[in-house]
Design a protein. Structure first.
Lengths: 546, 271
C-alpha cells in the first residue's frame, strides 16, 4: 500500500477519474441531445384508441387516432399512463391525452390512417374520404369528386397537390419580389414627398403622379394575388375523423400527407432523411413549434462570421500594442489586467451596453446623419445584425487579445534579434517575422471566440435577435448584406421554443434537435478554424525547437 | 602610438594593424548599465580591420553585451543606458541621429543558437535585401548564391533552395545564418558563441569559415572555448566583471599572459 502511494499511483487514478467523469458527462449530454433530437424525425405509427363507455355521462364509446409520445414506437404497457398526441387541434378540445392503463383502451393500427401536416393548427389524423375540386370547362363549372376507394384517388390527389403547390410558389414569388419592390418604391416616394413639398412644385406634382401609378399597380397586384389565393384554396380533401364525422380541408393548407402505418422500412428511412433535411431548410411555423430552423441557422452563421471579421483586426491590433509597445508601466499593467477581466463580465452586461451605447447612441446618431428622411422610424437606431455582431465582438475581444498576446510572447527572442541585426526595423520585423508566426495563436483565439459567441444568448435578445424574422440578413437583394435587419438565432430559438412556446409538448423534440444543430454548427466552425491552424503549424512546425 | 588598453608591445607587422587608418572599431571610455547594474566599465579598445578578435572571459563578464553594443542591439533592452563612445570607421555610432538600421547593415551578427527564420533557405538569405526593398529577381538570385558560397553552404543546398530553413542540420543552419548576415554586405561580423550549440565537426567547419571570411571582413567572436579562441583569432581581449583585463595578440595572451587573472582563467582555475 505504501509502495502504491509513493509511486504516485493515487494521483494518476485521481486525475484519470476526473477525466473520465468529464468525458462521461460530456458524451452523455451529447448522446442524450442527439438521441432525443434525431428520434423525433422518425415516422411514428398512428394508433386507433377505442375507449369503452365508462359511465352514464358519456354513454358513447370514444375513438381517437393518436401517436404515442415520449415512449417511442410501441405501446408501452409497463407504464401506468402514457401520453398520446391526438392532433386535430382545431377540431377537438384537447390535443394531448394522458391515458391511464386502467382505462382499458383497445389499440389497433389502421393501415390507411393519414397524418396530414398542415400550414396551421398542426397535424391532422384521419382517413381519406374523397377529393373534391372544380373543373372549368367552357364556362361551366363542374364539381369533380373522387372517392378514396377509387383507383385513381392517390394519383389525382398528387396531381392536385402539385398544382396547388405551384400556385403557392407563384404567390410567394410575387409577394417577395413584385410586392416588395412596389412597397420599397412607395416608401421612397413617401420620403421624397415629405421633403419636396416645400421646395419644388413641379417635382412634387411628378412625384404625386408616380405615387398614383404605383398605388394603382399595387392594387392590381393585390387583386391578382387574391385570385391566386382563391384558386389555391379551391380543391378540398374530405376527411373522415376517428369518431366518424367528416371534415373538409383545403389543399392549400396541406404540407404533406403520409400513411405512417403503411410505410415500409425503406420508405420510413427516406421520410426520416427528408424530415431532417426539411428541418434544416424550412422556415418555422406555428410560433416556432413546428417546421424548420433555417432562418435561425443562417442567422447564427452570418452573425458569427461577421463577428469574426470585426473582432480579428481589433483584437490582434490591441494585442500587438499591448505586447510590443505598451511596455511594463503601471498603466499598461492595469490595462492588461482589465482586459483579462473583461472576459469575466456577465454577458448580459454586454447586451445592455450594446443597447445603450451601440444602438441608442451610435445608431441613433448615424440615423440623424444618414437616414434623417426616414425618422422618426429608426434605421440603424434599432436592434439589428450589425449591433449583434459588434456586441459579440466586444464580448469576445478579451479572448482574442489574450490568445494573440500569448502567441506573440512565445516567439523566441532570437528570431527578433536576428531580424533586427539584419537591418530590419522593428515594424518590418513585426510584419515579416513575428506576425506570421503568431497566426496559429490568433486562430486559437478566434476558435475560442467563435465557440463563445455562437453559444451566447442573453445579450442577443437586447441587440437584435428576435423570435421570428421575416427576412434573411444575407440574400440576393441589393445591398445583399442587410446590416440593419433583425435576425434569428439558434440559441434564442431554443430558449423561445422551450419556454415561450404555446405548445411545449410539440416544441420539445425540436428544442433537442435545435440544440444538436447548434452544437454541430459550433463544432463545424471550430473544426474549420483548427484545420487552418494545423495547416499553418505544419509550415512553422519546428520553430518551437529553437 | 596610442593603442588603448593594449597591454604589451607588438611586433612590427602587428603594429601595422593598429595604424589609425586601419582601425575598424574604436571603443572609448565605454560604460553600460542595465538599470542600476553596471555591466561594462570604462572599456578602451581598438579593433583592426580584416582581423579576427576574440572576446573571452567567464560567464556574465559582459563580453556578449560589449558585442551587442557594436550594432546597438542593446538599445532594445529596457533600462539600458550607456556612456562613452564607439566609433566605426572614425564615425561615432552612438551619435544623435545616427541611422541604426544602416549601422546594423554594416555590422552583421550571428547568434549562439542558429535562428533561421521560418522561411525557405532562399528567403532566409534574401531577407536582408527584401527589407531594403530590393525585388529584382536577378539581383536576389546572385546575392543568394554569392552569400551561400561565401558561407560554404552552396554545394549542400543548391538543389533545395526552397526547402524550409529548419530542414537543415544545426551546423548548416548556423552557416545559413552567416550567409544571411553576409547577404547585406557588412564590414564587420559579430559572432556570439557561434559554435557552442554545434557538434565538433560542424564547429570545425565554422572555424574554417571564419578563417576564410577574415580576408574580407572584420570579425569579432565571443567564445567560451579557449582552444577555439586560440585557433581562430589574431587578437584576444580578456574581460572580467565588465572590465578589459588584458588585450593583445592571441599568441602572447595564451602563452604568456601578463596578468594573473588572465592566466588563471586560461589555465582553467576558474571561469
Amino acid at each position: 500500500m505504501k509502495k502504491w502511494t509513493e509511486g504516485g499511483q493515487p494521483w494518476i487514478w485521481l486525475s484519470a477519474g476526473a477525466l473520465s467523469c468529464a468525458l462521461i458527462m460530456l458524451l452523455g449530454t451529447l448522446g442524450w441531445i442527439a438521441a432525443q433530437g434525431l428520434h423525433h424525425f422518425w415516422p411514428k405509427p398512428i394508433y386507433q384508441l377505442e375507449l369503452p363507455a365508462t359511465d352514464a355521462s358519456s354513454p358513447r364509446a370514444l375513438s381517437f387516432l393518436a401517436q404515442p409520445l415520449r415512449s417511442g414506437q410501441v405501446v408501452d404497457q409497463s407504464q401506468d399512463e402514457q401520453l398520446w398526441r391526438l392532433g386535430n387541434r382545431d377540431l377537438q378540445n384537447q390535443e394531448y391525452l394522458w391515458l391511464p392503463k386502467s382505462a382499458g383502451a383497445e389499440f389497433s393500427r389502421p393501415e390507411n390512417a393519414l397524418r396530414i401536416e398542415r400550414q396551421a393548427w398542426g397535424d391532422l389524423f384521419g382517413f381519406a374520404q374523397a377529393l373534391i375540386w372544380q373543373e372549368t370547362q367552357e364556362d361551366t363549372r363542374q364539381e369533380q369528386r373522387v372517392p378514396a376507394e377509387a383507383a385513381e384517388f392517390w394519383s389525382s390527389l398528387q396531381t392536385q397537390l402539385r398544382v396547388t403547390q405551384a400556385l403557392q410558389q407563384q404567390i410567394r414569388l410575387l409577394e417577395r419580389r413584385e410586392m416588395g419592390r412596389l412597397n420599397q418604391q412607395l416608401e421612397q416616394i413617401r420620403r421624397q414627398l415629405r421633403t419636396s413639398a416645400s421646395h419644388d412644385p413641379d417635382t412634387h406634382a411628378a412625384l404625386l403622379t408616380t405615387q398614383q401609378q404605383l398605388l394603382h399597380d399595387h392594387e392590381r397586384l393585390r387583386l391578382y394575388l387574391q385570385n391566386l389565393y382563391q384558386q389555391a384554396a379551391q380543391p378540398q380533401l374530405e376527411i373522415r375523423l376517428a369518431q366518424g364525422e367528416t371534415h373538409a380541408l383545403g389543399l392549400d393548407q396541406i404540407l404533406r400527407i403520409t400513411r405512417p402505418n403503411a410505410l415500409s422500412f425503406i420508405e420510413k428511412l427516406q421520410l426520416y432523411l427528408h424530415n431532417i433535411w426539411a428541418f434544416l431548410t424550412e422556415n418555422p411555423r406555428e410560433a416556432n413549434t413546428q417546421g424548420g430552423i433555417f432562418p435561425a441557422l443562417y442567422g447564427t452563421l452570418v452573425m458569427v462570421l461577421l463577428m469574426t471579421l470585426l473582432v480579428t483586426p481589433f483584437g490582434v491590433l490591441a494585442a500587438i500594442y499591448l505586447h510590443e509597445y505598451a511596455g511594463k508601466s503601471l498603466l499598461a499593467r492595469w490595462i492588461r489586467i482589465s482586459v483579462y477581466n473583461l472576459a469575466g463580465i456577465p454577458s448580459i452586461v454586454f447586451g445592455v451596453f450594446g443597447l445603450g451605447f451601440f444602438i441608442y447612441l451610435v445608431g441613433g446618431q448615424l440615423d440623424q446623419w444618414l437616414f434623417a428622411d426616414a425618422l422618426p422610424a429608426p434605421t440603424l437606431g434599432t436592434p439589428g445584425l450589425i449591433w449583434v455582431s459588434l456586441t459579440l465582438a466586444l464580448l469576445t475581444l478579451p479572448v482574442v487579445i489574450v490568445a494573440t498576446e500569448e502567441g506573440l510572447a512565445r516567439i523566441p527572442r532570437s528570431l527578433r534579434d536576428g531580424s533586427l541585426a539584419l537591418g530590419a526595423t522593428p515594424a518590418e520585423t513585426l510584419w515579416r517575422i513575428i506576425l506570421p508566426l503568431a497566426t496559429p495563436a490568433m486562430l486559437t483565439g478566434l476558435i475560442l471566440a467563435i465557440a463563445r459567441a455562437a453559444g451566447e444568448v442573453a445579450p442577443l435578445m437586447l441587440v437584435g435577435v428576435v423570435k421570428l424574422a421575416p427576412t434573411l440578413p444575407l440574400d440576393d437583394v441589393f445591398p445583399y448584406l442587410h446590416l440593419d435587419r433583425k435576425i434569428m438565432h439558434l440559441g434564442y430559438h431554443i430558449f423561445d421554443a422551450s419556454f415561450q412556446s404555446p405548445d411545449p409538448e410539440a416544441a420539445r423534440p425540436l428544442v433537442y434537435a435545435t440544440a444538436l444543430v447548434l452544437i454541430l454548427l459550433i463544432l463545424l466552425l471550430n473544426l474549420s478554424a483548427i484545420r487552418i491552424r494545423h495547416h499553418l503549424r505544419e509550415r512553422y512546425q519546428r520553430f518551437h525547437n529553437l | 602610438m596610442n593603442v588603448p588598453s593594449l597591454s604589451r608591445p607588438l611586433s612590427a607587422s602587428q603594429a601595422q594593424d593598429f595604424q589609425p587608418e586601419r582601425l575598424k572599431l574604436q571603443v572609448e571610455n565605454f560604460s553600460l548599465h542595465y538599470g542600476r547594474e553596471q555591466v561594462l566599465q570604462d572599456i578602451h579598445l581598438a579593433l583592426p580591420a580584416k582581423r579576427v578578435t576574440a572576446f573571452i572571459g567567464p560567464s556574465g563578464c559582459g563580453k556578449s553585451t560589449l558585442l551587442r553594443s557594436f550594432n546597438r542591439l542593446n538599445d532594445l533592452i529596457e533600462g539600458c543606458v550607456c556612456r562613452g563612445d564607439i566609433r566605426l570607421d572614425q564615425e561615432s555610432i552612438y551619435a544623435p541621429g545616427r541611422d541604426v538600421v544602416e549601422l546594423r547593415r554594416r555590422v552583421g551578427m550571428v547568434f549562439q543558437k542558429p535562428n533561421p527564420f521560418p522561411k525557405s533557405i532562399y528567403e532566409n538569405v534574401a531577407f536582408g535585401l527584401r527589407v531594403q526593398g530590393i525585388r529584382d529577381r536577378r539581383t536576389l538570385d546572385d546575392v543568394v548564391e554569392f552569400s551561400l558560397r561565401a558561407a560554404a553552404l552552396w554545394d549542400e543546398v543548391k538543389d533545395r533552395l526552397h526547402d524550409n530553413g529548419f530542414d537543415l542540420s544545426g551546423g548548416q543552419q548556423q552557416r545559413l545564418v552567416i550567409a544571411r548576415a553576409l547577404a547585406v554586405e557588412p564590414d564587420v561580423i559579430l559572432l556570439d558563441e557561434p559554435a557552442s550549440a554545434l557538434d565538433p565537426i560542424s564547429s570545425l567547419k565554422i572555424e574554417e569559415l571564419i578563417n576564410e571570411l577574415k580576408h574580407s571582413y572584420t570579425i569579432i567572436i565571443v567564445t567560451h572555448n579557449m582552444h577555439q579562441a586560440a585557433r581562430v583569432s589574431d587578437y584576444t581581449a580578456f574581460l572580467h566583471q565588465g572590465r578589459i583585463i588584458e588585450f593583445g595578440d592571441t599568441d602572447s595572451i595564451f602563452t604568456n599572459p601578463s596578468k594573473r587573472q588572465t592566466e588563471d582563467y586560461i589555465t582553467g582555475r576558474y571561469g
